[in-house]
Write a protein that binds this ligand. Sequence first.
Ligand SMILES: Nc1ncnc2c1ncn2[C@@H]1O[C@H](COP(=O)(O)OP(=O)(O)OP(=O)(O)O)[C@@H](O)[C@H]1O
Ligand SMILES: [Mg+2]
Length: 257
Amino acid sequence: MRVALERPTVRVVGEERTVLEVRDAHFAYVRSRPVVRGVTIHASPGEVTMILGTSGSGKTTLLKLCKGLLVPQRGDVRVLGDEVAAPRRGRLDPRVAYIPQQLGLVRSLSAMENALVGALARVGTLPSLLRLMPEPEVRRARELLGRLGIGHKAEEPVHALSGGERQRVAIARALMQDPRVLLADEFISDLDPLTGAEIMSLVRDAAGEGVAVVMTTHEMDVVREHADHVVVLREGETSLDAHGVPDARAITEALRR
Ligand SMILES: Nc1ncnc2c1ncn2[C@@H]1O[C@H](COP(=O)(O)OP(=O)(O)OP(=O)(O)O)[C@@H](O)[C@H]1O
Ligand SMILES: [Mg+2]
């Protein structure tokens, strides 16, 4: 079902309208049981797209297809026209930042070192980080951590940080990539409402700078407040694709098995 709702989609003047294009994507881990079935999604710069769906509906699988960690068996996923599943020079497209549900931070490294991981594609060097990183990158990571409210924890190892602080480090690492697309899987589900709201405002800031944000969530309040575009998956198929103010009834209906 495709419906147009009230809030107009954010339009970024002079930018491409679609940064991320998922076209008729199909994926099955086991041949007999497809979990993403003909999904088509367009995500635009400046827009927060929220993917909803009951557990097992294929949200995480879809995000992995968007990052190129999984390759669709039919259809394709493109970022600015390039197929993401065709790694260039053997690596995944750095224009797509992916924050997995478990955040994927290196717990023994500091907040700063984790943020600098986001610069690796640009710098082209393997860890050992801090000492090998060009000074401008280190300065930028420091600024970013400051802007995200954890400058004072920059040297702390990630294992000593709270959930909300780790989330901020994950955003810092993602933004250090200069992404055009930011994918985040159940990003704020473990946070208290206040911290969740703060983190969402940081995500909105990233969108405000022209990033296409695509995130999964189960939190209807977050959807109501922050979504520009809502996609609901039901058993791997799109049951709703709506721009603007999400209509709670339409969403509930689309979620229903
Ligand atoms: N590595 C895997 N191998 C086989 N099947 C898998 C694998 N990962 C996921 N699946 C199956 O694919 C389906 C979709 O999983 P997925 O993780 O994409 O769902 P989800 O919508 O993210 O669920 P949740 O809300 O619980 O995170 C599920 O039935 C799951 O069991
Ligand atoms: Mg999931």
